[in-house]
Design a protein around this ligand. Structure first.
Ligand code: MLT
Length: 321
C-alpha cells in the first residue's frame, strides 16, 4: 500500500469516534455494596442485557465500605475510557456529600451520567419473631424499646441508613445503628434474628417476605406493589412516611460522549426489554420513562436530590467523619 494511503488509513483510524471500536474488551461495573444486595441484583439484571447489546461481558466488581463511597471514589478516579463504569444509588449519589465532609467526588460533576437504572420504594421490615401485627403497633413497640434494638443498614450515607434516619427521626427513635457492607448481608442477619428491623429497598426484601422469613409492616409508597398485593402502604396504615429509592449508572468524568451515548442506548434497550420489565415488577421496581431517561435525566435527578436531602440530613445532625 502506497505510504500516503497507509498514513491516511492510520489517521482515519486514530480520528475515528472512540465509540466506533467500543467496546473491544469486557467492561468492569463497580457496585459499591456487597454482592446479593439490591444494587448488585439490579446491576446484574441490566448488565446481562447490556452485554448482549454491546457484545462484551459486563464484569461486576463489588467494592463495599463507607456507605458505598469507597466504590464510587474508585469509579470517579478510574480511566475515562468506557471500560470502568459504576452503579451507585440515591445514597452515594445524593446523600453522601452531606454526610462525608471529605468526600473525594461530587455526584453532580465527577461523573459522566449514563442513566437511572430503577426506582424502588422502601419497605419497613422486622425480624420474624416480632409480635406487633400492624405498623402503628410496631412503632409503639419501637418507642418502648428503641435503645435495646438494632437497626441494620448498608453504611453511613447509604439508602438504608438515610431511610432509617428519617423513619426513626419521625418517631423520635434512637436504636443502635448496625452498619454492613450492603443490605444483602444485613438482611441475612435480619432473617437470623441478629438485628431487629430495617427500612430497605423493596427489591431486596421481597423474596424473604414471600418466603415468610421476615415480617413486613408496610411499603413506603403511595400505592401497593403489584408483587406484594397484601402489604399495605404506610398511608393505609395512617403513617406519613413515603421513601422512593433509586439506583443509577455512571462513568468517570471525561469518558467520551459517544461512548456514554452507546452505554445509555444499551441501558435504554435493557429497560424496554419485556423480560426485564417483568422482572422489575416482581422486584417491586420501575424504570425511568421519557425525559427521565439517559444522562440528562440522571443529571437533573442528582442535582434535585442533593438539594432536597442535604438540609434534611444537616437537620438530623449526623456526619460520617
Ligand atoms: C445495597 O445494595 O446494599 C444497597 O443499595 C445499599 C443501600 O442501602 O444503599
Amino acid at each position: 500500500m502506497p505510504l500516503l494511503l497507509a498514513i491516511g488509513a492510520v489517521l482515519a483510524l486514530m480520528s475515528a469516534p472512540a465509540a466506533a471500536q467500543y467496546p473491544a474488551k469486557p467492561i468492569t461495573v463497580i457496585v459499591p455494596f456487597a454482592a446479593g444486595g439490591p444494587t448488585d441484583v439490579v446491576t446484574r439484571l441490566i448488565g446481562d442485557h447490556m452485554s448482549r447489546t454491546l457484545g462484551q461481558t459486563f464484569v461486576v466488581e463489588n467494592v463495599g465500605g463507607a456507605g458505598g463511597t469507597i466504590g464510587m471514589t474508585r469509579a470517579a478516579l478510574a480511566q475515562p475510557d468506557g471500560y470502568t463504569i459504576a452503579v451507585g444509588n440515591m445514597g452515594t449519589q445524593s446523600a453522601a456529600p452531606a454526610l462525608y465532609p471529605h468526600l473525594k467526588y461530587d455526584p453532580a460533576t465527577s461523573f459522566a451520567q449514563v442513566g437511572i437504572v430503577n426506582y424502588t420504594p422502601q419497605a419497613i421490615v422486622a425480624k420474624k419473631s416480632t409480635s406487633a401485627t400492624t405498623l402503628k403497633a410496631f412503632i409503639d413497640y419501637l418507642k418502648a424499646n428503641d435503645s435495646k434494638l438494632n437497626y441494620g443498614h448498608a453504611g453511613v450515607g447509604s439508602i438504608s441508613h438515610v431511610a432509617g434516619l428519617l423513619f426513626n427521626a419521625e418517631f423520635g427513635l434512637k436504636p443502635n445503628y448496625v452498619p454492613y457492607r450492603g443490605t444483602g448481608p444485613a438482611l441475612q442477619d435480619l432473617v437470623a434474628g441478629q438485628i431487629d428491623y430495617m427500612v430497605d429497598q423493596s427489591l431486596n426484601v421481597i423474596p424473604q417476605i414471600k418466603a415468610g422469613t421476615i415480617k413486613v409492616y408496610a411499603v413506603a409508597a403511595p400505592e401497593r406493589l403489584a408483587s406484594l398485593p397484601d402489604v399495605p402502604t404506610t398511608g393505609e396504615e395512617g403513617v406519613d412516611f413515603i421513601f422512593s429509592a433509586w439506583n443509577a449508572m455512571v462513568a468517570p468524568k471525561g469518558t467520551p460522549a459517544d461512548i456514554v451515548a452507546r452505554l445509555a442506548d444499551a441501558l435504554g434497550k435493557a429497560l424496554d426489554d419485556p423480560a426485564v420489565e417483568a422482572r422489575y415488577v416482581e422486584l417491586g421496581s420501575s424504570a425511568p420513562k421519557g425525559a427521565d431517561r439517559g444522562p440528562a435525566g440522571l443529571q437533573k435527578l442528582v442535582e434535585s436530590e442533593v438539594a432536597r436531602i442535604t438540609p434534611v440530613i444537616k437537620a438530623a445532625g449526623v456526619t460520617a467523619d
